[in-house]
Design a protein around this ligand. Structure first.
Ligand code: GAF
Length: 384
């Protein structure tokens, strides 16, 4: 029984002694390009992937929530709506409580739920297992209480919960793609006005995600530091965000900024342009252009945003050697470990897998995991 939905049903019955009423699923994501641009009001191009968090739920008549997760057996988390308390460090239930806390501050009043959570989104890999949990939960709460929030509103509440309750100052990308993803498409999201456009992934391309298995440490503090550096750079130019900064203006003021702020801003300004160009290249089926843009994005993350590692750089190098201009390869997600994404012609898939198996462990002592993915729909209720 490896299917998350079946496992969640079983866990629900074992825990609550009755059947759940409804099943909800929300996907993890892989970002094709546009890294650390979301909280700078820029552009991102993620795809939801076929790894999901499943939640089975039964509505209650009061406003109590009782939640179990198969990743943390034996614990039943219980809280009352509007009385979420303070978060317990790194606890999985923070993501659920953050969502109900955000609903409370928005004047929304849901009914409570009993629920069981099972996920096959790899954790701590930079594939947004937390956003999948938040959005699956938000979709369940919304539907069971018939509140009729849009997927975008669910994503916004999820982000607010993570920002204000969990204490992680993430952008909106992960929640938006988990809520709004489309099968066989990536979404070009404009993080300023939250518009999105579905961009078809050509049928002859394979979406390969390679988990470097690097232990990600202090990732949140590094993330927050990068965010501050971007904000400092924007405020130097009297701007709300780096969205409206041109490369010419940045270069002309290079000496007025700290080196760190200059480099972070340079990444963001150039990444925004690359992301829009990559969406056009993908739409036009121009894989050589996509390949070039993803390669440039990786170099920018490595040299200017400084969020890569030698192991990740090595993975990108060996996969790029095999792929050439017949696909794109780059680190994906928040960085300092995590995953590499490769979008390559189908017939190269076996060679990509083979080169990683031949070389990665020998060089790094780490065992990479390779996921052959497909772009998936966003969160939804699953009816039989
Ligand atoms: C993490 C964050 F949660 C996103 O909002 C985004 O900033 C990403 O890192 C980097 O692009 O996934």
């Amino acid at each position: 029984m490896s299917n998350p939905a079946q496992r969640a049903n079983k866990l629900f019955v074992q825990t609550f002694g009755t059947q759940a009423d409804k099943l909800y699923c929300a996907p993890g994501r892989v970002n094709l390009i546009g890294e650390h641009t979301d909280y700078n009001d820029g552009f991102v191009l993620p795809a939801a992937i076929n790894f999901h968090t499943a939640i089975v739920a039964k509505r209650r008549d009061d406003q109590t929530f009782r939640a179990v997760s198969d990743a943390f057996p034996g614990e039943i988390e219980e809280w009352t709506f509007g009385e979420e308390g303070t978060p317990v460090a790194s606890h999985w239930s923070n993501y659920l409580k953050g969502f109900t806390a955000a609903m409370a501050t928005s004047g929304l009043a849901p009914k409570g739920l009993d629920l069981a959570v099972v996920s096959n989104v790899p954790m701590s890999a930079g594939l947004s297992s937390s956003a999948a949990l938040e959005v699956a939960f938000g979709t369940a709460v919304n539907d069971c209480s018939q509140i009729q929030l849009s997927p975008l509103a669910i994503a916004q509440l999820a982000q607010r919960g993570e920002n204000q309750f969990v204490g992680h100052a993430c952008g909106i990308m992960d929640q938006m793609i988990s809520a709004l993803g489309e099968q066989d498409h990536a979404l070009l999201i404009d993080c300023l006005d939250l518009d999105s456009e579905a961009i078809g992934i050509p049928e002859d391309l394979s979406l390969i995600v390679i988990n470097s298995k690097i232990q990600r440490s202090f990732i949140e503090s590094k993330y927050h530091l990068r965010r501050q550096e971007c904000e400092q750079a924007a405020s130097h130019f009297g701007l709300e965000s780096l969205r409206d900064l041109s490369l010419t203006t940045l270069e002309s003021a290079k000496d007025e900024l700290s080196l760190a702020c200059y480099k972070r801003a340079k990444h963001v300004v150039t990444e925004n342009r690359r992301t829009q160009n990559a969406a056009w290249a993908l739409e036009a089926g121009d894989i050589a252009k996509l390949s070039q843009l993803m390669a440039e994005s990786h170099i920018s993350m490595r040299d200017d945003f400084e969020i890569s590692t030698t192991e990740i750089d090595y993975l990108v190098e060996i996969v790029s050697d095999v792929v050439g201009n017949r696909g794109g390869v780059r680190m994906t997600g928040g960085g300092i470990g995590g995953c590499v994404v490769a979008l390559v012609e189908h017939e190269l898939t076996d060679s990509v897998v083979a080169i990683i198996e031949q070389k990665y462990t020998e060089k790094t002592g780490l065992e990479a995991e390779i996921y052959l993915c497909s772009a998936s729909d966003g969160a939804k209720r699953i009816d039989d």
